[in-house]
Design a protein around this ligand. Structure first.
Ligand code: IPE
Length: 250
């Protein structure tokens, strides 16, 4: 039973300050994941390690070789911290950098060599991926968000739990988290559901929702929940619907 968990960069870093890790939160998140580590693929966001350099070098609109390198090294550094914290918490894990194993076509994943991920799962190792820069066969280079990775992996691995942790209680409408949302309902709510509080080049809450609604269309429900609240990660991994469930229109 594969479970895909994303932890947003807003939890692990201070999104407004470059290269600002929240070490206490990284440790806490790692401990919670360690309570249910079986068959989990972890994807983490880039936070200030990715969004700030990406914005500075105008990625993905401009092709900046230096921007690609600086942004990738930032997110790879954060990934190393996450892997280290998970190892300290007793989880066998390995980093998987999307830049090196996938290709985009117009910003969307076109080819993805996921066999190493499957082998890791087979061998009891947790693959740790992250939002990254990636080469794009159409436009030289772009950004692949953790949310796009979650939706893609959930589809090809036929995941049974798909949980996206952010720093809010789910999809908020008039300040309150919705228990469930479908594509139809999102259309009716229009712009009431918005972006992100910090620097974000990948679309904030709306970007997240659109990825997960595509997944729901394929019959895979997912969850947007608050990973900043202690205990929620463990609950989400157990398959509890904590937060907002993203489902298919009936
Ligand atoms: C963004 O990844 C990747 C880069 C900016 C390089 P995400 O979109 O998954 O990151 P968070 O969760 O918003 O921080």
């Amino acid at each position: 039973m594969t479970r895909i968990l994303k932890i947003g960069g807003s939890i692990l870093t201070d999104k407004n300050q470059e290269l600002a890790a929240r070490q206490g939160e990284i440790t806490r998140v790692a401990r919670e994941i360690a309570s249910h580590p079986e068959d989990v693929v972890l994807v983490h966001g880039a936070g200030s390690f990715g969004h700030i350099p990406a914005k500075k070098y105008r990625l993905p609109q401009e092709f900046s070789r230096q921007g690609l390198r600086v942004t990738h090294s930032g997110v790879a550094r954060l990934c190393e911290m996450v892997v280290e914290a998970l190892s300290q918490a007793g989880v066998d894990c390995l980093p998987v950098h999307p830049l090196s194993c996938l290709l985009l076509l117009d910003g969307r994943i076109d080819r993805f060599f996921i066999e190493p991920i499957k082998e890791m799962l087979e061998g009891g190792i947790m693959p740790v991926l992250h939002g990254d820069v990636a080469m794009d066969v159409a436009g030289k280079a772009a950004i692949v968000s953790g949310d796009q990775l979650v939706a893609y992996l959930a589809k090809v691995l036929q995941a049974e739990v798909v949980a996206v942790g952010s720093n809010v209680d789910g999809v908020l409408f008039s300040g309150r988290p919705l228990p469930r949302i479908t594509r139809e309902e999102l259309k009716q709510m229009g712009s009431a559901i918005g972006g992100s509080a910090g620097v974000d080049v990948t679309g904030g809450m709306r970007g997240k929702l659109l990825e997960l609604l595509d997944l729901a269309d394929l019959g895979i429900d997912s969850l947007i929940f608050n990973a900043g609240k202690e205990g929620n990660i463990a609950r989400a991994l157990k398959g509890e619907w904590v937060g907002t469930r993203i489902g298919r229109t009936n």
